[in-house]
Design a protein around this ligand. Structure first.
Ligand code: GLN
Length: 462
């Protein structure tokens, strides 16, 4: 059985026809995962497939799930020593919905600890490697989900996106990464990093694959009051009207810009209509407002890891403070740095200066985004401003890694759907481009990205 390069959709079609069995499919990906995990380090936990017999549309096929999404009876570590042995007693809603559709879990994927990072380097289980060239990062924080899909270690995967964590690794590995609108997928069971910014989404080989899984996990959930029923009816956009934000494109290095502008010429020939906007002043504030809000929320969320409720058992003599200090030692240095920044941002005297100001700026960015979208179906910009970097560089220079988020955080601040697809190549690596829409226009963005994928034909899938 060789399923190399096959999209999830065509695999399901063949299973439906009876030409391959779900067990063959599970065996294929499981074997590849076992064989490659030593090098790629895409999985923290891999699960031997059971004989499957499901009538649901997913037919018992195993899906890779990022390790910050709760899975009943399967440890969910967030790539942290703090949760190394944590086994959730319940499934995240997204996982429950996949199971209700006949899906099963192939394994839990590696990630930046608590989803804090853009490269996959910040994992307590060691960095994930880029299957295209293993000296390089695969992007993060959903590093294992993207690497698994790119390396044929999974047919499709769930990830989460707070500030780019689905799209960054999709861009660096030549896969498709879809970040739904904020609230389009329930966050119940997603271990929180920054609640007001994040959402669960899909990493896949093709846009249609992402659409299939998205439709299964989307929709209102009583256990997440921010969730809503996003419109899932297919949209035919015709000739899409696209706005290119030049101030964003300029942040990318020359190689990325070249591939990006080449893709525009090809899309124009396919009927896309492009306009250009030079001024989007808010670009200067997207990173600072994102990191202010994200760290503030992280410091609050992560205060629950006090050594009592979670974490390895501690035998520390002394007072309460030494106990807490020992417990907090199970966090990696990036996580600790963000907790400290967040605590500072929320402390008396700084709360107004930093936190409230960041919220105010987010509001202005939203208003400005809605204003510029009038008359357009989507915004189009590169996903990452740089090509993948060598493993270790992001640890040596965390500010470089933060700056790499400059093109991905906008849709998280606006709650928009955004999808990254490979739009060309530069040397051995792919360059990702992202389409961003108004909140709730998920199906419109999917339809545009699917058209673009067909027109550009960067990766051929059967
Ligand atoms: N790189 C960003 C951060 O570290 C985004 C991470 C994410 O989307 N989870 O915050």
């Amino acid at each position: 059985m060789n399923l190399k390069g096959r999209s999830f959709l065509t695999i399901l079609r063949d299973v439906e026809r009876g030409s391959i069995s779900p067990d063959d499919v599970n065996e294929y990906y499981y074997r590849n995962a076992l064989a490659l995990n030593n090098t790629i380090n895409a999985y923290i936990t891999l699960i031997k497939p059971q004989q499957s017999s499901s009538d649901g549309p997913l037919r018992g096929i195993g899906i890779a799930v990022k390790d910050n999404i709760s899975t009943r009876g399967i440890r969910t570590t967030c790539a942290s020593r703090m949760l190394e042995n944590y086994v959730p007693p319940y499934d995240a809603t997204a996982v429950e919905r996949l199971k209700n559709n006949g899906g099963s879990i192939l394994g839990k994927t590696n990630m930046d600890e608590f989803a804090m990072g853009s490269s996959g380097e910040n994992s307590a289980f060691g960095p994930t490697r880029n299957p295209i060239n293993t000296d390089y990062v695969p992007g993060g924080s959903s590093s294992g989900s993207a690497a698994a899909v790119a390396a044929e270690m999974a047919p499709i995967a769930l990830g989460s996106d707070t500030g780019g964590s689905i799209r960054a690794p999709a861009s660096f590995t030549g896969t498709v990464g879809f970040k739904p609108s904020y609230g389009a997928v329930s966050r119940y069971g997603l271990i929180a990093y920054a609640n007001s910014l994040e959402v669960i989404g899909v990493i896949s080989k093709t846009v249609k694959d992402a659409e299939l899984l998205f439709k299964m996990i989307a929709g209102r959930d009583l256990r997440d009051s921010t969730s809503f029923n996003v419109d899932l009816t297919s949209r035919d956009v015709g000739r899409p009207r696209i706005l290119v934000l030049r101030s964003f494109v300029r942040m990318a290095d020359e190689r990325v810009q070249k591939v990006f502008y080449d893709s525009i010429s090809k899309l124009e020939r396919a009927g896309f209509i492009f306009d250009y906007l030079d001024e989007f002043r808010e670009i200067d504030y997207v990173l600072s407002s994102y990191y202010t809000i994200a760290c503030a929320e992280a410091s609050t969320n992560l205060s629950r890891y006090d050594g009592i409720r979670y974490g390895p058992r501690l035998d520390v003599a002394g007072n309460w403070r030494s106990y807490i200090e020992a417990a907090r030692g199970f966090f990696g240095s990036e996580v600790k740095a963000r907790i400290m920044m967040g605590t500072f941002i929320l402390s008396a005297g700084y709360y107004e200066t930093y936190y409230l100001k960041a919220l105010q700026i987010r509001k202005e960015i939203r208003a400005e985004f809605e204003r510029i979208m009038k008359g357009y179906d989507a915004v189009y910009i590169p996903t990452m401003p740089v090509l993948p970097w060598k493993i270790g560089e992001g640890i040596r220079d965390p500010k470089m890694a933060y700056a790499a988020d400059v093109l991905t955080v906008l849709p998280n601040l606006t709650g928009s759907p955004a999808i990254s697809i490979p739009v060309g190549k530069s040397g051995e690596f792919f360059v990702g481009g992202q389409f961003i829409g108004l909140r709730g226009d998920d199906m419109k963005i999917i339809s545009i990205a699917s058209e673009a994928e067909n027109a550009l034909e960067v990766v051929r899938h059967e």
